[in-house]
Design a protein around this ligand. Structure first.
Ligand code: 2HG
Ligand code: ZN
Length: 454
């Protein structure tokens, strides 16, 4: 059972008396109907890769896990409509590959893509590495099939781009993390498959304004930008230590940016375009140096370095994660304020800061010192320094969870930082969809009538 009851970050282990693995939507509906009939709680689970404990049962032992892993089919690709229909348990990587085999791109890409599943991507509104160009999961969702808390099947697997016929019910499931029903199918929007890419590693100059640099790259690359990832020097070092064959890339104490532009057209010379962008960025004084990938393997090495950071943190002794986002205009201010908060909390703490600056999203992670207990340290930081950092993000109009969701770990933060009216609306939606509170109870938001502190 351990794989189903322990969360991705191994922060807690819940308990369950059964893991059910339905193979069809009808079986999911039957399971939910039976559970509702007997008042049994359900935790819907895809790849169990939630960073916020959103897919793992609680410790009560009274929730069953409904795993979608057997519902992993690609149902249909329509190259003309540029859409793909899949089961809710389809693994993201398999959906990407199926789209690519049809000459199209599923523009959702994230570290967990080899194991996370589409239903979970919808439940958390997953973001990742190409949001700056293509948006979050929400923006890719054309249709949905979902089982409601009484076994009713919502069947809206249409591939329409336009369909203004009342409430957009499918969007209710986005960000719901299994609290409103179980996503058993989805239709996703595809894009032309890029045939050309130019990838560069930019060595940041001291004090370089990230948002201005981003604006320059977007403007001068004719908005062909797909990735703009910031990586602090400490994060680069962590990833490098964790790699067997780390690439040597230009870097400075100010860190680096991984930039990629991509196009499906064979008539644009992307290397030439990227070179022109880099010259302008160097002339602006915001970067000192840059390396333009000369081969597929050089490009892959840059990507591998970026994607190995979470693993590098894990090998060190883990990190306390802060998935914050602020308006782009406030990124620099956040970095300055948060940096001084961390220093005055404890000057010995080390940070690993990186992320999707193109989306105003930073992973502002505090490294767990080597010789301390990871869980105890996490608890201590989360009840003190983390709140200061979230306060700062909130004061700048930002959020405590940009792309990782709320789950069980961040529910109290939603209560603390969420707008009162918005939370009231969420609680009403929860109760309307799931009056008996059987769907992933304890995650995201309290239903109406339940006191806080559960
Ligand atoms: C990433 O961008 C993921 O690599 C993980 O969102 C972030 O581990 C993290 O803090
Ligand atoms: Zn991320």
């Amino acid at each position: 059972m351990a794989a189903y009851t322990t969360d991705q970050r191994q922060l807690f282990t819940g308990s369950t008396f059964a893991v059910l693995k339905p193979a069809t939507t009808q079986q999911v509906a039957d399971v939910v109907w039976l559970a509702a009939h007997h008042g049994i709680g359900i935790v819907p689970q895809g790849g169990n890769t939630s960073y916020c404990g959103g897919a793992t049962p609680d410790a009560s032992g009274r929730q069953i896990v409904v795993s979608l892993e057997r519902m992993d089919r690609i149902r249909e690709i329509d190259p003309v409509s540029m859409s793909i229909s899949v089961d809710g348990g389809a693994i993201l990587k398999n959906v990407q590959d199926a789209a690519a085999a049809a000459g199209l791109l599923l523009p959702l890409s994230l570290g967990a893509e080899g194991s996370c599943r589409i239903g979970g991507n919808i439940g958390t509104n997953a973001g990742g590495l190409s949001v700056v160009r293509y948006g979050m999961t929400r923006d890719l969702l054309l249709g949905i099939e979902a089982v409601l808390a009484d076994g009713t099947v919502v069947s809206d697997m249409r591939k329409l781009r336009k369909n203004n016929t009342g409430y957009d019910v499918k969007q209710c499931f986005v960000g719901s993390e299994g609290t409103l029903g179980i996503v058993t199918g989805a239709v996703l929007r595809l894009a032309p498959l890029p045939t050309r890419r130019a990838t560069a590693w930019l060595k940041l100059a001291n004090g370089a304004p990230l948002a201005e640099l981003l604006a320059l790259v977007r403007r001068e690359s004719a908005d062909l930008l797909t990735t703009f990832e910031f990586v602090a020097a400490r994060s680069i070092a962590l990833a490098t230590e964790a790699m067997t064959d780390p690439p040597s890339l230009p870097t400075s104490p100010a860190g680096a940016i991984l930039v990629e532009i991509a196009s499906s057209s064979r008539h644009i010379d992307l290397d030439e375009l990227m070179e022109a962008v880099l010259v302008e960025a160097i002339e602006s004084g915001w970067i000192d140096d840059a390396l333009l990938a000369q081969s597929g393997s050089q490009r892959t090495a840059m990507w591998r370095l970026r994607e190995t950071i979470p693993e590098g943190e894990k090998r060190r002794n883990g990190s306390v994660k802060h998935d914050i986002s602020v308006p782009l205009s406030c990124i620099q201010r956040f970095l300055d304020l948060a940096g001084s908060q961390v220093r005055s909390y404890d000057a010995d703490l080390e940070l690993s800061v990186y992320g999707h600056v193109g989306d105003g999203n930073l992973h502002y992670n505090v490294l767990v010192p080597r010789d301390v207990d990871r869980l105890e340290f996490t608890k201590r930081i989360e009840s003190s320094l983390s709140l200061q950092l979230y306060d700062t993000a909130a004061a700048l109009g930002g959020t405590f969870s940009a792309e990782h969701g709320v789950g069980r770990f961040k529910k109290h933060l939603l209560e603390r930082y969420g707008d009162v009216g918005r939370i009231a609306a969420m609680r009403r939606i929860k109760t309307a969809f799931d009056p008996a509170d059987i769907m992933n109870a304890g995650a995201v938001v309290r239903p109406l009538g339940e006191k806080s502190g559960r």
